[in-house]
Design a protein around this ligand. Structure first.
Ligand code: ADP
Ligand code: MG
Length: 257
């Protein structure tokens, strides 16, 4: 490991998650969603997070975006400890560097697709860029529709366009192909891969589909809020190989989320 070491990563790595703990109160119970999770993502790397439903994948992604107060550990983005920023500064920091695709899309129901995508942008060129992104994602004819007039797959693509509209250095996407047919899903994966390869963007996606995870450089498997294992895909684009490794890691437990 080279200099500036911060538990497993370096201060130059765009994304470092150190021993993160997150608990939720649910009625009388305290649920531990993250129980010491770690992750270091290097610049220009594409990482897939896999794991059963409830293993903490979404919570980890939200922690990486500084959207949740932690009960332990810390998250560094470009060397900045997110927990050390006050709310307004954190919002600004996130908006400039991170594009986030929520599992539930979180589109604003009163705004059109185009306005949803333009919203996070702070510059005058945003509408043209937003329109170009929607076109690229096959939504040219849907620009002026509001979310409730769009299918699940269309809403998901609007959410992806919104995350990319600010051209963020880091893209975090929670099951970004979960509502898409397999052809659209592969187009999204190919687009994300190109952002890494051609533009040096850093990408973390949550998925339970080997066909999606195979596009990543590394697969990190979570279980009960902790790292269970990880493996390289070796750029093989081989869904069977990813499925096999994942099954091995889970020790024969059922695959799925
Ligand atoms: P995954 O995305 O892997 O399915 P999550 O990160 O959504 O898992 O959830 C991990 C655990 O934390 C689950 O047991 C879930 O029920 C719990 N959890 C997540 N968010 C909340 C919340 N806001 N309130 C209570 N429990 C939550
Ligand atoms: Mg989830």
């Amino acid at each position: 490991m080279d200099g500036d070491t911060v538990s497993g990563g370096t201060a130059r790595d765009p994304l470092v998650v150190e021993s993160v703990v997150k608990r939720f109160r649910s009625g009388r119970n305290l649920v531990t969603a993250l129980d010491g999770a770690n992750l270091t993502v290097r610049g220009g790397q594409f990482v897939a997070i896999m794991g059963a439903s409830g293993s903490g994948k979404s919570t980890l992604l939200h922690a990486m975006a500084g959207l949740t107060d932690l009960d332990g550990g810390r998250v560094l983005v470009d060397g900045q400890d997110l927990g050390a920023l006050a709310d307004a500064a954190l919002t600004r920091f996130r908006r400039r560097r991170i594009g986030l695709v929520f599992q539930a899309f979180n589109l604003i129901p009163t705004l059109t697709a185009l306005d949803n995508v333009t919203l996070p942008c702070e510059d005058g060129g945003a509408p043209a860029r937003a329109a170009a992104l929607l076109d690229q994602l096959g939504l040219a004819a849907r620009r002026h529709h509001k979310p409730d007039a769009l299918s699940g797959g269309e809403q998901q693509r609007v959410a992806i366009a919104r995350a990319l509209a600010t051209d963020p250095a880091i893209v975090l996407a929670d099951e970004p192909t979960g509502s898409l047919d397999s052809v659209s899903g592969q187009q999204i994966c190919s687009l994300l891969r190109a952002l890494c390869r051609d533009h040096g963007r850093t990408i973390v996606i949550v998925t339970h589909e080997p066909h999606v995870a195979m596009w990543a450089d590394r697969v990190v498997v979570l279980k009960d809020g902790r790292n269970l294992a990880e493996f390289a895909t070796d750029g093989g684009h081989d869904p069977q190989a990813v499925a096999r490794r994942y099954q091995q890691v889970l020790g024969g437990e059922a695959v799925g989320a």
